[in-house]
Design a protein around this ligand. Structure first.
Ligand SMILES: Nc1nc2c(ncn2[C@@H]2O[C@H](COP(=O)(O)OP(=O)(O)OP(=O)(O)O)[C@@H](O)[C@H]2O)c(=O)[nH]1
Ligand SMILES: [Mg+2]
Length: 229
């Protein structure tokens, strides 16, 4: 399906008045650019990266699913100890099938565990995610009666790993995409009815680009830590 782009929202409604949003953190990758360690639990200025993501999700939801591999579970549990939202794990049944598999597995758990209609999906290596963006995306998905709301950058790139999806249709879309031997998140996106938000809207809403910064390497971690200190 083609995207429906809306530059402005006329809605004055409170965001998520029914509490229908869960968080989904995708963390099942192998962090190969990062080196031996798992970037999900890497220390960024005193706080594990995944905890920073969950702490930011706590501003918009009380229910979070973490998608990862079995062997990551203990370290991530320790990293998230005492954090505010409820945490459920959704372990990859087959590892290394890419983020589409992670999003699909995680969304199934969001539906089964929390029964929430929407999920704010955020990659574990995006510690600067802005909760205001997630609220804006949820609002756009609601306003457009859409199955997803995704930021599209000027060069056409979709920010699919920091986006809001309707739980059941996007879970199905991910499963179908994998079945068709496609691993692109955008291929899953194309199977649902989504709206796009362009960068101009983010500027108007005072949402900084830093929200999309992803910390893939040790150098990026050091640079981010320096800015935080
Ligand atoms: N469940 C699952 N998640 C994945 C997989 N590959 C990547 N991801 C997640 O998708 C997000 C974005 O992926 P990348 O930034 O490429 O992370 P990565 O693959 O761990 O790192 P690199 O090996 O350096 O590419 C991260 O949050 C990853 O944890 C996978 O095979 N399964
Ligand atoms: Mg990767």
């Amino acid at each position: 399906m083609s995207p429906r782009s809306r530059a402005h929202s006329n809605s004055d409604a409170d965001v998520d008045p029914e509490g229908d949003l869960a968080g989904l953190v995708i963390a099942g990758g192998y962090s190969t650019r990062f080196g031996d360690e798992d970037k999900a639990v890497a220390d960024l200025a005193g706080t594990p990266m995944i905890r920073r993501v969950v702490d930011r999700l706590a501003a918009v939801t009380d229910a979070v699913v973490v998608n990862c591999r079995e062997d990551q579970r203990d370290a991530i549990t320790a990293a998230l100890e005492g954090c505010a939202p409820a945490i459920e794990f959704a372990l990859d049944p087959v590892e290394d099938r890419g983020p589409v598999a992670g999003i699909g597995t995680g969304l199934e758990a969001v539906g089964e565990t929390y029964g929430r209609e929407f999920a704010a999906v955020v990659a574990c290596d995006m510690p600067f995610v802005d909760p205001d963006l997630l609220e804006l995306l949820l609002e756009r998905a609601h306003d457009g009666a859409a199955d997803g709301a995704v930021v599209q950058l000027e060069d056409g790139w979709y920010q699919t790993t920091q986006a809001v999806y309707r739980t059941d249709p996007m879970a199905r879309a991910c499963a179908e995409t994998l079945e068709s031997d496609d691993r692109r998140i955008v291929a899953a996106l194309e199977r649902v009815d989504y709206v796009t938000v362009d960068e101009r809207v983010l500027e108007e809403a005072g949402i900084d680009d830093a929200t999309f910064e992803s910390v893939d390497t040790k150098e990026a971690l050091e640079a981010a830590a320096e800015r935080l200190e």
